[in-house]
Ligand binder design. Structure first.
Ligand code: ADP
Length: 517
């Protein structure tokens, strides 16, 4: 099987063997079965439609929300001698006309377009009248409102497309799809098959750093890795500017990128980064979509992102060449407040906000789990390929010795119960500490038997422990801006002494860190 396609793999692309999932996807497409391919970044999704596109007659239409990537894709196909074009708003009206004429004449094997193109009657008219080999949706998670990057224009074209009678097969591709997103894509595009290779990228090592001054961490990290290319994601433009100023004044070859810069400045920064003239990029999450730089050795998040989907996508820009690379998240408790503020400020409907809060909670849990970080992420994506712990992440490497914390956990859980399961993490930590905060008196919490029951610990430590219990699902939170703590079945097991609670003796953040104040 696939003799011709293996030939194409070798002669056009110069590769000997297919990567996981590629062959299966290609086989389905050639049988004209609509197929969704879920593969990690760098997994080789493009070949999944490029090979059938070359093998079949007609033109392949690739719909992509990433205008910046289209030119690169087209250039690289052209350099392999494959006729390809893109048509988007970056072309002049005359260029668009020329390209359309070329498409109408069937000159191209591949045409890349943005979803908005389907709003133009002219374009639809042209592709209606030529033989098509397939239609592919790149970054297909943008179709789903469960996705982290929902584009309404993406969804609205589906009904237009379905009216075209000359589309033999639909292909959808994505690197970030939760079960809900996969379900959505499947039903919207009537997929016959899902080829899911899993998400694990064995060359990435995840690290979680807490309780360190972040700027000094980054400075020493860069001193230790002077020759390497990496991306540092800041949470805001302001943070990006200030980090950029700090590092460039120290002579680090750094570029910066955020939505507040002009298009020209952004382009310049991006080019300098890609060509390794400035191998370190400091940016907000505006940077990265469609950046295909293979030798990124590390991605550092200066602050916690808003959800695991964005985190995995951004962190996943490291190591596209398959070489070992690091993904480092610098966590500080105040990040939680910032993300909540951003959700609260957004124009989303209430229901959408609740969903964002739920996703944020998973991100917070990631920052507090004592289990394997890689497994945590893969579990989140319901990637249930059987696996042990990764042995590479900071939790696997550093957290060796466990301490029995069952008694303390019981005290915390019974305090939640005595507080009537009506309060959040902060208030509970205060009661356990025996804080003099006036609010405790107002709410009548000072008279509880659990008031001050863990006064030997700092409020910071107690907060950390409560988050740990949530992350380990020994305690629930009600969704919302101020999540209320609730006991669950596991909590009852712990309270009854039927379940042990163990914590790794990793250092708990000390309170003297400048960043935390
Ligand atoms: P994705 O879109 O999944 O992030 P790409 O399609 O850009 O990934 O592929 C990532 C890199 O892997 C590209 O440089 C591509 O040429 C290379 N690649 C794809 N398939 C193979 C293969 N079968 N063997 C070797 N390299 C491959």
């Amino acid at each position: 099987m696939l003799v011709k396609e293996e030939e194409i793999l070798k002669t056009y692309f110069g590769y000997e063997t297919f990567r996981p999932g590629q062959k299966e996807t290609i086989e389905h497409i050639l049988k004209l079965e609509n197929t969704l391919a879920v593969m990690p970044t760098g997994g080789g999704k493009s070949l999944c439609y490029q090979i059938p596109g070359l093998s079949r007659n007609g033109t392949a239409i690739i719909i992509s929300p990433l205008i910046s990537l289209m030119k690169d894709q087209v250039d690289s196909l052209n350099s392999l001698g494959i006729p390809a074009a893109y048509i988007n708003s970056s072309l002049t009206a005359a260029e668009q006309q020329d390209t359309l004429a070329g498409i109408a004449a069937g000159e191209y094997k591949f045409v890349y377009v943005a979803p908005e193109r389907f709003e133009s009657g002219r374009f639809v008219q042209v592709i209606r009248n030529i033989p098509l080999s397939l239609v592919a949706f790149d970054e297909a998670h943008c179709i789903s409102q469960w996705g982290h990057d929902f584009r309404p224009s993406y969804r609205s074209i589906i009904s237009n497309l379905k009216q075209l009678s000359n589309i033999p097969v639909f292909v959808a591709l994505t690197a970030t799809a939760t079960e809900e997103v996969i379900g959505d894509i499947q039903s919207l595009l009537r997929m016959d098959h899902v080829v899911n290779t899993g998400f694990e990228r064995e060359n990435l090592s995840f690290h979680l750093i807490k309780g360190r001054d972040r700027s000094s961490y980054i400075r020493s990290f860069l001193e230790e890795h002077p020759e390497e290319s990496g991306i540092i994601y800041a949470a805001t433009r302001k943070q990006t500017d200030s980090l950029y100023a700090q590092l460039s004044s120290r002579g680090v070859p750094v570029a910066k990128y955020h939505g507040g810069l002009s298009e020209e400045e952004r382009k310049e920064a991006q080019t300098a980064f890609i060509h390794d003239e400035k191998p370190v990029m400091i940016a907000t999450n505006a940077f990265g979509m469609g950046i295909d730089k293979s030798n990124v050795r590390y991605v550092i998040h200066y602050a916690m992102p808003m959800n695991i989907e964005s985190y995995y996508q951004e962190a996943g820009r490291a190591g596209r060449d398959g070489e070992p690379s690091d993904c480092i998240l610098l966590f500080s408790p105040q990040d939680i407040q910032l993300q909540k503020f951003l959700i609260e400020q957004s124009m989303m409907e209430d229901e959408a906000k609740q969903l964002e809060y739920r996703k944020l909670q998973a991100m917070i849990n990631y920052c507090h789990t004592h289990g394997c970080l890689t497994s945590f992420i893969l579990d989140y994506f319901h990637d249930d390929a059987s696996r042990e712990t990764c042995g590479r992440c900071s939790n696997c490497v550093e957290r060796q010795e466990k301490t029995d914390l069952t008694t303390e956990a019981q005290m915390i859980l019974s305090c939640v119960k005595r507080m009537g399961e009506r309060f959040g993490v902060g208030m509970t930590a205060k009661v356990l500490k025996g804080s003099g905060d006036k609010k405790l008196k107002e709410f009548g919490l000072k008279s509880l038997t659990t008031y001050g029951i863990l006064s030997a610990y700092t409020e910071r430590e107690l907060t950390e422990w409560i988050h740990f219990l949530i992350a380990e699902q020994l305690l629930d939170t009600e969704e919302g801006r101020f999540p209320i703590l609730k006991l669950n079945r596991n909590s009852v097991d712990v309270l009854k002494g039927n379940r042990k609670v163990e914590m790794f003796t990793a250092p708990i953040p000390s309170s003297d860190e400048a960043d935390y104040q």
